[in-house]
Unconditional design. Sequence first.
Length: 354
Amino acid sequence: MMNINLNLNFARLLARPGPIGLDIGARQVKAVQLASVGRDGRRVSAAASFPRAKPNQPLGADEAARVAEVLDRQGFVGRTVVVGLGPAQLMSSMLELPARAPGVPIEQIARMELARVHGRDADGFEFAQWEVPAPARAAQSTHVMALACAHEPASALLDALEAQGLAVRAIDAEACAIVRACEPLLVAWDGMNAVLDFGHGAARLLIVFRDAIVYSRAIDDAGMGRLIASLQRQLAVDEDTVAQLLAEGFFDTGAGEESRGIINAHFDALLKEVHVAFAYATQQYSVPAVTGLLLVGGGAEMPGIAERLGGALSRPVRVASPAGLIDVTGAPRVAGSASLTAALGLATYREASA
């Protein structure tokens, strides 16, 4: 008996918890924590998804207290979190800058240019950038993707969380976290690939080339919320009922012609935007085509969505849920949902920045 107890305790010591990836969306809070097992292994040790008390509002003291309470109750270990910011909370631009040369302050130039584009004070935001491959037409310039978050809302978020004893290790861009989480699938496809975050408020398309995000766009009209609202008006039922019907695949089998028409129109508009983005990216970088598309976010859980988009785009489309990216054995069932992929990426921040 003593040997068994010692082995169990030793296994617990080996399963070292990482930071908690905290994706605070407009309507849901998603959280994931990983444990390192042995020398190279990782698994999901805790996961949770729960509705916001105040949808579409900045996180206040009351909600921060609820977040901390849920994390404790759902088995998360420690108080260190990495928080994600979405497109609505960030300023972003693809910038073409002078060629790199000794004495050329690329980062300073990028900060000033981003401030000019968005009409902001260059000292009023936190700033990050990464260099992307130069388009074929402008190989002599330096091209960067620049991101920034204003000090005031970021400080308010930090204050709300830290007042509840949550230590914010970093604020990360959700787009970067999503691509980081999806890396095992992206590297399996050669060339240029895309990720579609099919969220409630918007669909966000990311195009990845040579390990860098070279295109990012939020498609506001294509979010699940817009589709649900249209079906809700047509069916005269509440929002939760429509969401449940979509999740169960009802509109593929039992819906009337008018409902199917609404869904077809929604996806046709989304596909038009995706086709335009693919054409732009392939022309910019002189590549034959975007190889494949990964789907993440709550909308990716709709039955048949990957097959529907894959048929229309004539290329592989795959749902990138945590269950297809990392070991979720023993984790709560919610850990397998594609709505938690961004939180999974946030939870890997330690490894990414080591």
